[in-house]
Design a protein. Structure first.
Length: 555
C-alpha cells in the first residue's frame, strides 16, 4: 500500500524527470534559434558591409609638367658636376706627440701678417672641421696610433672637364686613399669610386684641388663673382650630407665677410685669410666641399664650416667665397702646386681700443707687436711699438687691409712702409718675404728642424715621396746603415699606387745601389716618364727582413 511518503517521492521523481526533459527541450530550441539567427545575421551583415561605390571615380596621374621653379632648374644644371668624396686613412704612428684641443671662442690677442703651414697651428679649426664634416664620428684625427682604418665623407665640384675638382683641404687632409663618385656612377656600396690624386692644398683657406682621370670631358660648374652676392639673396647648397649624394638645400645669404677666429696657444689667429659667406641653407656633415650656388646657377662659395651643438645644421653655415677660391686654385694648379704669400715678418694686435690711438697719437694704423728677426721689417729697422700707417703712400685702414695687401705681393719685391715712432713720421723700404718661412720663425716652429732627420724633396714630383737618411735607432734595429728611409707618401702618387709605404727603407732602385740621399737623388733625377722603376725595400721594424721588390711604370 502506498504511503504518503512513497507518493511524495514518486511525485518528486516525476517532477525531476519532467524538468530535465523541459530543460533539454529549451536548450535544443535555443541552440537552433541561435544557429538560424547567425545565418540570417551573417547574410544581412554581408549586405551592410558592401557599400555602393559605383559613383567613385578612379584616380589618374596627370602628365608631368615643369613648374616655374628656378631651384629645380639650377639643381639640374649644377648637380652633375657635384661629386661625392670618400677617403681612407690608415693608422699611423705619431711622429711627435700632440694634444687635442677643443673649439675656442676667445678674442684673438694678435694677428701676424703671415701664417703657418704647420699642422699644429690648424688643430683647433681642423678638429672642428674633421668632427663635423670629414669625420662624422669625431674620432681619432690620425695623429695617434689608431686601432683601425678610418673613413670619411665629403663633397666637391668639378671646375675643369679634364677632371680637376675643388674641395676642402680638411676633406682630404691625412688621407691615404681618395675616391670620387660622379652623379652618373652606379650606386654600388662595394665600389668606392674613382681614384683621385691631390694636386695641391692650402691650409690657410682650407682649399684643396684633386684630380680624377676620365676618357671623356666631365660636366663642370660655372664660377661666379662672390663680390656680387648680397645679403638676402637666395642660394642653394649642394652636396652629400651623411653620404646622401646630390642633396639640395635652399636658404639665403645671411651675412658676408664673416670670420671664425681660431687662436693658437701663442695667440695667433689662423683664420685671417678665411672670410666667409654666412648662409642658413642647411649644411650637414658631408656637405663640406660642396658648392654654394646663386640663382644664376653660378658657384659663389664652397661650403666649409657650421656652428652647431647637435652635429647637424642649425641654420648657421659658412662658405668660402668663390673669388678667394679662384685665386688659390690658380696657384695650386701652377708648377709649384702651392700658394705663396708675401710677408714682412711682423705680428700685430687685431683690434685696439680708441684710447690706445689717442695715447699713441694715431687714428688709423697697426701697432707692431713682435718682429721676426729674419723678416723684411726687422732688416728695414721696424721695431715693436711702431705704428704702421701706410704702404706705398696708401693709408692702411686696419689689420685685414695690411694682411691682404702684403700677402698679395710677390716675394722679393719691395714696398715703402710708412710708420710712426714716438709720434714722428718715418718710412722704410721693406722687402717682401715668403710668409710660410717668416711665420715659422715668428712662432718658433723652426726649433724642431734640428731634432729629427732632414727630409729630401728629391723624387717628390716624380715619385710622390720624400726620403731621409736612416736614423741611427732604425739602423741599429735593422742592421741596415746604407740607403734612405721613406718619410712621406703623397696620396694618389706613383709611389702610393705601387704600394711604396711610409717607413720603407730603400736600398736599390733599378739595380743601382742607394747608399745615401745623394745617390738617391742622382738615380731619381735620371728617371723619365714611361720608365719602369723597381725598388728594393726593407722593413724598418725587424732585422734581416730580406729584400722586397715593388715597382711600376712612371706615368
Amino acid at each position: 500500500m502506498d504511503t504518503p511518503t512513497s507518493k511524495l517521492k514518486s511525485w518528486l521523481r516525476g517532477m525531476r524527470s519532467h524538468r530535465l526533459t523541459t530543460t533539454f527541450a529549451l536548450l535544443a530550441t535555443l541552440s537552433a534559434g541561435i544557429l538560424v539567427g547567425s545565418v540570417i545575421t551573417r547574410g544581412v551583415s554581408g549586405k551592410e558591409q558592401a557599400p555602393d561605390s559605383s559613383d567613385a571615380k578612379p584616380l589618374t596621374i596627370p602628365a608631368a609638367k615643369s613648374l616655374s621653379n628656378g631651384f629645380s632648374q639650377i639643381a639640374k644644371q649644377v648637380g652633375p658636376a657635384v661629386v661625392n668624396i670618400n677617403t681612407e686613412s690608415l693608422p699611423k704612428q705619431s711622429q711627435k706627440p700632440r694634444g687635442r684641443r677643443g673649439m675656442q671662442r676667445n678674442p684673438t690677442p694678435g694677428n701676424p701678417d703671415d701664417g703657418s703651414g704647420d699642422d699644429d697651428q690648424q688643430n683647433d679649426m681642423q678638429d672642428f672641421f674633421n668632427r663635423f664634416f670629414g669625420n662624422p664620428g669625431g674620432g681619432d684625427d690620425g695623429d695617434g696610433m689608431g686601432g683601425s682604418e678610418r673613413r670619411a665623407l665629403g663633397s666637391g665640384f668639378i671646375v675643369d672637364p679634364r677632371g680637376y675638382i675643388i674641395t676642402n683641404n680638411h676633406v682630404v687632409d691625412k688621407a691615404d686613399k681618395i675616391y670620387v663618385k660622379l652623379s652618373t656612377d652606379p650606386d654600388n656600396p662595394t665600389d668606392p669610386g674613382r681614384a683621385a690624386k691631390v694636386i695641391g692644398t692650402d691650409k690657410d683657406t682650407d682649399i684643396a684641388v684633386i684630380k680624377i682621370e676620365s676618357d671623356k670631358p666631365l660636366p663642370s660648374v660655372k664660377l661666379g663673382n662672390s663680390d656680387g652676392a648680397q645679403v638676402g639673396d637666395w642660394v642653394l647648397a649642394i652636396g652629400s650630407p651623411f653620404g646622401l649624394s646630390q642633396t639640395v638645400s635652399a636658404g639665403i645669404v645671411s651675412a658676408k665677410n664673416r670670420s671664425i677666429d681660431e687662436p693658437t696657444p701663442s695667440g695667433i689667429s689662423q683664420s685671417q685669410f678665411q672670410r666667409f659667406i654666412q648662409t642658413d641653407a642647411a649644411i650637414n656633415p658631408g656637405n663640406s666641399g660642396g658648392p654654394l650656388v646663386d640663382m644664376d646657377g653660378e658657384v659663389v662659395g664652397m661650403n666649409t664650416a657650421i656652428y652647431t651643438q647637435s652635429m647637424g645644421s642649425q641654420g648657421v653655415g659658412f662658405a668660402m667665397p668663390s673669388n678667394i677660391i679662384a685665386n688659390v686654385y690658380n696657384m695650386l694648379i701652377g708648377p709649384e702646386h702651392k700658394v705663396v704669400r708675401g710677408s714682412i715678418g711682423i705680428s700685430f694686435q687685431s683690434a685696439t681700443n680708441s684710447a690706445v690711438g689717442r695715447i699713441y697719437g694715431f687714428k688709423n694704423g697697426i701697432i707692431v707687436s713682435t718682429i721676426t728677426p729674419s723678416g723684411g721689417a726687422a732688416k728695414a729697422g721696424i721695431k715693436p711699438g711702431d705704428v704702421i700707417v701706410s704702404i706705398d703712400g696708401r693709408p692702411i685702414k686696419d689689420g685685414d687691409d695690411l694682411v691682404n695687401d702684403i700677402s698679395a705681393r710677390k716675394v722679393g719685391s719691395t714696398i715703402k712702409l710708412g710708420y710712426l715712432r714716438d709720434g714722428k713720421q718715418n718710412s722704410a723700404d721693406v722687402t717682401i718675404g715668403d710668409r710660410a718661412k717668416t711665420y715659422a720663425d715668428l712662432t718658433g716652429d723652426n726649433n724642431d728642424d734640428d731634432n729629427g732627420p732632414q727630409e729630401s724633396d728629391a723624387g717628390q714630383a716624380k715619385l710622390g715621396i720624400t726620403v731621409s737618411t736612416i736614423p741611427a735607432a732604425v739602423a741599429q734595429k735593422t742592421g741596415i746603415s746604407h740607403g734612405v728611409i721613406v718619410m712621406t707618401v703623397r696620396p694618389g702618387s706613383f709611389a702610393d699606387e705601387i704600394g711604396l709605404a711610409k717607413g720603407a727603407i730603400i736600398t736599390e732602385i733599378n739595380k743601382k745601389p742607394v747608399t745615401d740621399e745623394n745617390s738617391y737623388r742622382a738615380i731619381v733625377g735620371a728617371l723619365k716618364s714611361k720608365d719602369d722603376v723597381v725598388f728594393v725595400i726593407h722593413s724598418p721594424l725587424r732585422k734581416d727582413s730580406g729584400n722586397s721588390y715593388v715597382g711600376g711604370t712612371l706615368p
